[in-house]
Each structure stands twice: as structure tokens, then as C-alpha cells.
Design a protein around this ligand. Sequence first.
Ligand code: ARG
Length: 576
Amino acid sequence: MNYKKAAAKIAASVLGADVITSEQAEKLMTVPPSPDMGDAAFPCFTLAKALRRSPQMIAKELETAVNSGMKDDAGIFRRAEAAGGYLNFYLDRKALAESVVPEVISKGDDYGRSHEGAGKRVLVEFSSPNIAKPFHIGHLVTTALGSSIERIYAFLGYETVKINHIGDWGTQFGKLISAYKRWGDEDAMKKDPLNELLRIYVRFHTEAEKDPSLDDEARMYFKKLEDGDEEVRGLWQFFVDVSLKEFNKTYALLDITFDSYAGESFYTDKMPEVVSMLEEKGLLEESDGAKVVRFDDDSMPPCIILKSDGTTIYATRDLAAAIYRKRHYDFYRNIYVVGTPQALHFKQIFSVLGKMGYDWADDCVHVGFGYVRFPDKVLSTRHGDVVFLEDVLRESVEKTKEVIRNSPTSKNIEDPDDAAEKIGVGAILYSFLKNGREKDIVFTWKDILDFEGESGPYVQYAYARGRSVLRKAVSEGIDYKDADCGLLTGDEEFELIKLINSFESAVREAALRYEPCCVTRYVTDLAQAFNKFYNTCGIMKETGDIRKARLKLTECACVCIKSALYLIGVRVVEKM
Ligand code: ARG
């Protein structure tokens, strides 16, 4: 039930279509600052000029007209009241409960889902780790964020494609091959490939600082790789294979899959076409032996397409990738979930596409995010000071196991290891999606596993609590299917129902702004409202009809918490 829309429709129909349409009215609708001022407010200020009356007068006139109409049809609103240029609408609690609760029960996991994206394809590129460099914590942020954005769009009915644009090409492979030939240890490589690759990669950088000729050697190897040299190519394939195998372990732990792993190397044979198209369109310019595209806007540095030695770079591959994606998928949106430090890169890519005459350049979106800060620890692959993602996830799971072992209710948990994995991994995902993505994430175990604070475990606990009440009801033979939802009119019940009702709008907002934190905040508010209801209303302590109605509401809250958590990648547990 979209009651803002309903209120807008009422206001618009009273005013008449020549004054305002209901769509326009809906855009103006707001929420009053406090509950005693109603549940939806229509501001009359913008109408004053056209109607040549004060906003206060318009609101007053609307009040009379709306209230006299309200009596005839048993709508969702009890009354409307003019206050300071606003028309405030008061929901009818009984009518709202009778509309929302049965809808949630009948739709179940589909509650909140919509079809607004039908027929539109949205590509979400995320994760995209670099081969032979460790999957570090920043990659977890793109993985969490991208997967959530994909789930949110799919929930709204879009056809989504999850792309992992693996970093499997580029000059770092020249370095790696040079390093492997010099210092590679085959045994270590078999045992712990990512660490071994990291070790030699770090060593390369240290040694190259002393002996710059190593960089020339690396360039030579990368050139060989681009030219298809068999031995060099074989080594490259080996690095790719072992790395992917390791990455997949992490994805399994996160319950994430991809539709495409077409990484940078996939586009190597698609680049010459891009270069010649740029050439034909007269966009390529010489610059110190390199070929670049310049922008009219001087504040943006030129985009390098071909380096002086003729090798192509990251940007060229991204141009080829975007063009390929448009041809292959004919996307409605092409979303890149990549850290904010690459914002300029994407701005350049999208501008070059625009200069090439592709109007779909405007459908490409870079979704950036901030750094993860470990109080007093900096992250960088170059210097080997890395926090391994899998270690972080495992540590979270281990810490959760400890909490579970010490908890008085844990003996009820059938599979503690499974629960610990869902809670531990969920706790990290939640913490990454808790705040706006542009903000830096401050990572501390204290906050992440705080079962009482704003955390994943807190929300999961609310769900488990609800489920345990429902199980108890079943075991006592209570059938609440035919409960009278109209009884759910208390303050806590009303607040909870209003929140359940706003699930869809939270999801839509998240999609619009590419901000899963809208869903994280929503589900946290929902868990809090449920806990308040649970603590205040005493569900199983009651008897008869009111108990049945509250059980039904409990089921609604569980359905909604589960779906919202799913959208941020967090799995639920039945017992905690
Ligand atoms: N592999 C890159 C990195 O780890 C991210 C790739 C981003 N995607 C892209 N289409 N350029 O920094």
C-alpha cells in the first residue's frame, strides 16, 4: 500500500487535473516531522501563485473537501488536517493493518518485489580482483556492494547480468613472469599460490627500485604476452587458473556467483577495432610517442590509448569492454562497482565513448566507494601489507563460534558451524553496507560483532526471535491463519506495520541511488521496531484473537527481515 500515492491522488482529485496531476502531487508529498502531525503531508506552497491564495488557505479548503469525501469511502485515511500550509493525512490504523498484513502473508518471499524493470537489462560489474595479486579488503567491498546492487535490481524486476571483470591482463603480468622466472618456487606455488605470487610480486618491486632494468625486462615479457609467445602465455594461464580457484573459495563463502568472468584478457583481440575506430573518427592524437584522446574540458587529462611501445592499456580494454557489452547485451544500464580512486578513469572512458558518438555512454554508471580503514593499518598490495579477505571472513566466523559457545541459548542450535558461518560472514557484509558507500569504512571487530548495536547479528537475532515464537505457536497447536488483522492498532503494531509497508520504497530508493545502505538502514529499523513490539506486546502471553493477530504480524516481520537481509547478502538463521 503506497499511502503517499493515495494521499497525493486524493489531493490532486480535489484540486483538479488543471491545477496538479497526482504524479506531480506525489512528488511533493513528505512525511510530517512527528507522528502526532499525521503520516503523510501535502505541501500547498507551490500552488499559492497559480491559485492566488495563501498556502494556509489552500490547505484549509483542501481539508474541508477531503474530509467530507473521506466519510463516504472507507479509505486508508482517517482524516486530513490543515496545519501551516500543509495538509496532513492521518492513516486509519485498522485499514492499514487489514491491507498490509494479508498482502505480506499471501506474497511471502515475493513481498516487495516489483516488475518495474521488466524488459530492461542491467549489467553489474563487481568484484573484479586482479589475478596474482591477493583479493584484498577493498575487493570485498566491491563484492558486497555489487552483489547487493544486483540483487536489488533483480528484485525490482530488471534482468541482471553479474560480470566479474577479472584483472588478468596488463603490465603487472610482465613483472610477475620476470619475477617467477627469477625467484619462483614451484612447491610453494602448489601449496599456497596466492601468497607465493604475492611474495615474488613484492620482491620484484623491491628489487626494481634498486635495478630499474628489471622494469624493461617486465615490459619485454608483457609485449611477448600480447604477441602470443607460447611459453609466456602458458605461465600466464597457470597464474590465472590458480588464482581463480582461490577466488572461488571466497565467493562460495559469500554465497555469490557470476554470470560472466570475461576479464581484461577477453578484450585483447577486440582492441584493434577500437583503436581504428578512434583513428577514423579523428580522435587520436600523438603525445610523446603515445596515442591519446584529448578532451575539450582541460581539467581532465587525456586518455592514453596506446603507449609509446605500442602496447595497449587498461583504458583501451575498458573501451573495448563497454562496446562489446552494448553489442552483446544491449544494456539499459552498465554499472561499474569500483573504488572511488578510479573515478577519473571512468569519467574518461565514458567521455571517450560519448565523443565516439555513442549516446548510450550516458547509461554507463560508475558506482564508487571509499576505503576500508583498520585503525592504524594501511592497505596496499605493492608493499605486501595486506589483509587477506579469506582470513578476515574466517576470523569473523571463528569469533562468532566463540560467542555462540558462550551463549545460554546456543544449545538449541542444531548446526553451530553453519550458524557461525552465516552470522560471521553476514556481520562483515552488513558492516560494509551500513553507511553511504562514499564514506570510509572503519573496521573494528567490536562494532561488527556487537550483537546489541547496529549490526548484522542484531538483525539476524530479531529474525530468529520471531521464528522461535512462530515455532512455539505451531507446537502448541495455534492456528493463526484466520486472525483478525484489524486488531493490530496499538502504537508498536502500527509502527511495525508502517515500516513493513515501506519495504518497497526503501528498495527503490536503494536502486535509484545505487546505495544498498538504504536497505541496511531499513532492515535495522525494522528489527528495532519488531523488538519493541515483541518486548511491549507480549505475543504468547496473550490469548485468543489478539494473540493470533500478533502471531500473524510476527510472521510478516520475519518475511520482510529475511527478504531485506537477502538483498544485502546476509543469510538468516532459524535459531541464535
Ligand atoms: N581489477 C581492477 C582493480 O582491482 C578493477 C577493475 C575495474 N573494472 C573495470 N572495468 N576497469 O583495481
